[in-house]
Write a protein that binds this ligand. Sequence first.
Ligand SMILES: *[C@@H]1O[C@H](CO)[C@@H](O)[C@H](O)[C@H]1NC(C)=O
Ligand SMILES: *[C@@H]1O[C@H](CO)[C@@H](O)[C@H](O)[C@H]1NC(C)=O
Ligand SMILES: *[C@@H]1O[C@H](CO)[C@@H](O)[C@H](O)[C@H]1NC(C)=O
Ligand SMILES: *[C@@H]1O[C@H](CO)[C@@H](O)[C@H](O)[C@H]1NC(C)=O
Ligand SMILES: *[C@@H]1O[C@H](CO)[C@@H](O)[C@H](O)[C@H]1NC(C)=O
Ligand SMILES: *[C@@H]1O[C@H](CO)[C@@H](O)[C@H](O)[C@H]1NC(C)=O
Length: 143
Amino acid sequence: MHFVALCMVLSGLLGVTFSKIVVITVGGNTTSNAGLVFSPESVVADLGDTVFFNFTQGNHTVTQSSFASPCIPIHETDSTVNGFDSSFRDAGNGTAITNLPITVIDPNTTVWFFDFNTCGLGGVGGINVNQSSYQTLDGFQVL
Ligand SMILES: *[C@@H]1O[C@H](CO)[C@@H](O)[C@H](O)[C@H]1NC(C)=O
Ligand SMILES: *[C@@H]1O[C@H](CO)[C@@H](O)[C@H](O)[C@H]1NC(C)=O
Ligand SMILES: *[C@@H]1O[C@H](CO)[C@@H](O)[C@H](O)[C@H]1NC(C)=O
Ligand SMILES: *[C@@H]1O[C@H](CO)[C@@H](O)[C@H](O)[C@H]1NC(C)=O
Ligand SMILES: *[C@@H]1O[C@H](CO)[C@@H](O)[C@H](O)[C@H]1NC(C)=O
Ligand SMILES: *[C@@H]1O[C@H](CO)[C@@H](O)[C@H](O)[C@H]1NC(C)=O
């Protein structure tokens, strides 16, 4: 049997799936609604997938926080977690697009994040929000 075909059969038998990229656009029209800074605000991603934050407009951050303290970087409330923080990315109006890729290492734990400039207006989001938990995206938003 051809090697590639054999690999495909084996991966089928073992249930191996390939990692994917999930894009969250950072920017958008935050003049009328700061809650639109992350689009979509909530995504589902599997182990090994990449969540790709695409900074396309305005001056924003994507900074990991915690459910209890939505607008505070997680390492300031829990020193055992070294969360991600893009720092300010000024994309202008699409003139300086940058990105921050995050690899999902534990799909069973929700990763919460916010934008420093709009957090108090609802500029937050989550990766793998648990639909059965009281810790909902609405509960995470500071409005
Ligand atoms: C943002 O939305 C507001 C209200 O809907 C609108 O007036 C404004 O033109 C929009 N700005 C952009 C850049 O789309
Ligand atoms: C990021 O946004 C820019 C501008 O909208 C777009 O051209 C690019 O394809 C986006 N990147 C990804 C990975 O979606
Ligand atoms: C982005 O926003 C931060 C905080 O509001 C500010 O300190 C920084 O100067 C801004 N960057 C630019 C390029 O405007
Ligand atoms: C951003 O650029 C787009 C396309 O050139 C334009 O339609 C829009 O009005 C610009 N928005 C702002 C806030 O300058
Ligand atoms: C996530 O939870 C499932 C079901 O309990 C378990 O099989 C899996 O090993 C967990 N994954 C990780 C990365 O902990
Ligand atoms: C989601 O929340 C429910 C209720 O708190 C809990 O029983 C369940 O284990 C959680 N699922 C994951 C994947 O953490």
